[in-house]
Design a protein around this ligand. Sequence first.
Ligand code: SF4
Length: 93
Amino acid sequence: GCPVGCWFCIVPKLEGKTFTLIPDFPVRPVLCDNNLSALPAEFQDHIIGRYRAAGVPLMDANSGFEPRTFDDEVFARWSTINVGPWRFAYDDQ
Ligand code: SF4
C-alpha cells in the first residue's frame, strides 16, 4: 500500500493506505515497491543491508521514490546500492 493517496492512483484502493513490510523479501536486481522513500527509515536501511549482504546489484528500484519524501537523507541512503535509474513516482507533485 501507500499512505499518500494521490487522487489518480489505484495503489491505495487496491492495496490499502498502510505499508506491508516484508522483511524476508527475495533480494533481486529489480526491487518493486510502491513508495520506497516513504517507508520507515529503519526499514529502508534493512532493505539496503540485505542487498549489501547478498552482493546483489540494485539495477531498478521500481516504482521508486516519491518527491514528498525524497530528501538528502534518502538520496544518501540509496546511493550506496542503487546503480540504476532514479525513478520517481508520477504523483501530484
Ligand atoms: S502515485 Fe505513488 S505516492 Fe501517490 S498514492 Fe500512488 S503509490 Fe502513493
